[in-house]
Design a protein around this ligand. Structure first.
Ligand code: SAJ
Length: 407
């Protein structure tokens, strides 16, 4: 039986996927409310295909509990936040989960860490914790790092089809865990050592962060001299070896906006390109705010109460708001004492999370003159003609009405 620890954005789909492919799975989370919701037959976030995967897994006998199980294989997929000051990974949840596993596991058990960690985290924090509990690594406990790669918005498909990396101290344990993931994963599974696996995960997200920063910097250069960044990127991308990403209002989510900082935190005098890239991305919400003030001036609008932010999540068609550019903009406005009036709306966020939040597209459009498109949810793409009588600042390149303002 596999005990999956942490039933969040990664742990839950992974547990469901294994269960629906014939593996006996018990999912454990310390959040009683979350476990109660799952036991009541409901999923805890929206994701394409998750509900039917959930139904399959329940049918196959998956169990959810707050208790750690006595078994031979554990998969730890708990969050790894970063310390905003030192920029280093905060491994406290991983260490706490490993400690709880040590409290119940029999000798010979394998502990797989799925959570994203910076290179060296397993050596620095996980091994000492295991040894402090009297276990000998490689004999009493086998250690594996199997970082996830799935993208929110397409998680179920990517769980099935992405290639994966397994890092293990012992090749035969790596092979055993490879077989476990191969129960559902149709991609290639590479077995390597733990430190390499740690590094690959962080490097993958850093690659994307640096490339988004490049697109964002191009947007700023083009704004400076009134050039069309999207046309330029489109043409450049017709070159066989150029593939530029899209500029946007900033980078959110719990991965690309976080993981590259681990490298900056650990290698401050070396990771210069990464450091500058992260600062460029982090500067985008303020860049958008400046655009809003410029447009308001040009249009003769002086009431922030008639400005509407469309989208609260960190990207399109997900319900995840972590580190979202919209929240960063609202925080920045609050610091400058000018945020309390803008209207905010997101079809994926039903709960009231910010001031002046609207709960229908009709009410939102009624209340505003300038719409700032911050997230390209399908809802707004399908209703673009309803913005025809508004001023529109489109940060996502989704609106093609005449007169639309861009980054
Ligand atoms: N973004 C842009 N321009 C782009 C692409 C993205 O501004 O051209 C923004 C998005 O709007 C969003 C942020 O970047 O705010 C991140 O979104 P994303 O879709 O690029 O990535 P995530 O954070 O949802 O998922 C990433 C993925 N990593 C890579 O593609 C290398 C995913 O495969 C990882 O599993 C995930 O991080 C993770 O959990 O680490």
């Amino acid at each position: 039986m596999i005990n999956v620890i942490g039933l969040g954005y990664i742990g839950l789909p992974t547990a469901l996927m294994m269960a629906s492919h014939g593996v006996e799975v018990v999912g454990t989370d310390y959040n009683k409310e979350l476990v109660a919701t799952l036991n009541a037959g409901k999923t805890t976030f929206k994701e394409d295909g998750l509900d039917s995967l959930f139904a399959d897994a329940v049918k196959a006998g998956i169990k959810f509990t707050t208790e750690y199980q006595v078994t031979d294989t554990y998969i730890v997929s708990v969050p790894t936040p970063y310390d905003k000051f030192s920029k280093k990974v905060d491994a406290c949840y991983v260490v706490a989960a490993v400690k709880s596993v040590m409290d119940v596991c029999p000798k010979g058990a394998t502990v797989v860490i799925e959570s994203t960690v910076s290179p060296g985290t397993v050596d620095k924090y996980v091994r000492p914790e295991i040894e402090a509990n009297g276990f000998k690594i490689g004999e009493d406990i086998h250690l594996v790092h199997a970082p996830e790669r799935i993208i929110p918005g397409n998680m179920v498909y990517e769980l099935l089809h992405n290639n994966r990396t397994i890092g293990a101290d012992e090749p035969e344990i790596g092979e055993k865990i490879k077989q476990l993931y191969a129960s559902f994963c149709q991609g290639e599974i590479i077995v390597t050592d733990i430190r390499t696996a740690e590094m690959t995960k962080v490097v993958e997200n850093t690659f994307r962060a640096v490339n988004i920063a490049f697109a964002n910097e191009l947007a700023k250069i083009c704004r400076h001299d009134n050039m069309d960044v999207y046309e330029i990127i489109k043409i450049c991308n017709m070159h066989p070896r150029v593939s530029i990403l899209q500029p946007g209002p900033g980078v959110g989510g719990h991965c690309i906006s976080v993981d590259p900082w681990f490298l900056v935190g650990d290698y401050p005098s070396i990771a210069k390109v990464i450091d500058e890239s992260m600062k460029t991305n982090d500067g985008m919400p303020d860049f958008v705010l400046n655009r809003i003030y410029e447009i308001m001036k040009e249009k003769g609008l002086d009431d922030l109460g008639r400005v509407g932010f469309y989208g609260l999540t960190y990207k399109e068609n997900v319900d995840d708001m972590r580190e979202s550019p919209t929240l960063q903009m609202l925080e920045s406005m609050e610091r400058h004492l000018c945020g309390s009036h803008v209207k905010v709306y997101d079809p994926f966020i039903a709960k009231d999370v910010v001031p002046n939040q609207m709960h229908s597209l009709d009410d939102f459009l009624e209340a505003v003159d300038l719409v700032v498109l911050l997230v390209g949810h399908n809802e707004i793409k399908e209703n673009m003609n309803r913005l025809a009588d508004k001023a529109v600042l489109d940060t996502r390149h989704i609106c093609f009405l005449p007169g639309t303002y861009r980054l």
